[in-house]
Design a protein around this ligand. Structure first.
Ligand code: SF4
Length: 212
């Protein structure tokens, strides 16, 4: 596993390379964020933004979404993967927030996970975006890059999340979540990690092993 000093270096390098770590999903209120995160499952943030830029001009509250028919919403979401299921989840989620939570989105992980279409990862991403300091969501980029760097030897999402929470200082959890995603998208890609362009070579277990 990565040494403490190396983790400090990794944090410094990420902070310099990605000075404003945040979600690339566009939103202007917490419900828009929740809808965008639901839509982002198996769809790129870019595609989600394209759709929500129009959608949120027409509807952007639980009340407005709860009044939509499934067909109406499906027509607006057609270019998003799994749009039929996502339309159903968003309307049901809007109704539950409206009726059970008086229009306010719950901020506890377990309450969020009771909403249709909101699994642990979606809930954790939502909470991370809302600056909840107790979450460290692990998506495919976080999983891959943290393992390559040697921050974890976990064999599943839960183990990776627990390891990251152990080795990364808590005040950096949210930033590190976004840094690992950015780095996974731009440099440490799934098939061809661009190690020759990566400033983390000296602290990366995967790179060091290749060089041995
Ligand atoms: S050195 Fe290569 S494997 Fe390591 S983080 Fe950078 S791109 Fe990924």
């Amino acid at each position: 596993m990565t040494k403490k000093d190396d983790i400090t270096k990794i944090i410094d390098i990420f902070a310099e390379k990605y000075p404003q770590p945040e979600t690339s999903l566009n939103y202007s209120n917490p419900f828009e964020l929740l809808v965008a995160v639901i839509l982002s499952a198996q769809t790129t943030d870019k595609q989600v933004n394209k759709v929500t830029n129009k959608l949120f001009k027409e509807y952007n509250t639980p009340e407005e979404f709860s009044r939509l028919s499934r067909q109406e919403l499906q027509n607006k979401l057609k270019s998003v993967g799994l749009y039929r299921n996502k339309s159903k989840y968003i309307i049901e989620t809007a109704k539950i927030i409206q009726n059970k939570h008086r229009g306010a989105i719950p901020r506890k992980l377990n309450d969020l996970m009771e909403l249709p279409g909101v699994g642990k990862k979606t809930a954790a991403v939502f909470l991370a975006c809302c600056s909840d300091k107790d979450t460290f969501p692990v998506d495919t980029h976080v999983y891959r890059v943290s393992k390559r760097l040697g921050l974890t030897r976990g064999q599943n999402v839960k183990e990776v999340e627990n390891d990251l929470k152990d080795v990364i200082p808590q005040n950096h959890w949210i930033n590190m979540h976004y840094w690992l995603i950015n780095h996974g998208r731009e440099v440490c890609k799934a098939r061809n990690p661009q190690c020759d362009k990566c400033s983390l070579q000296d602290y990366c277990a995967y790179y060091t092993k290749q060089e041995d």
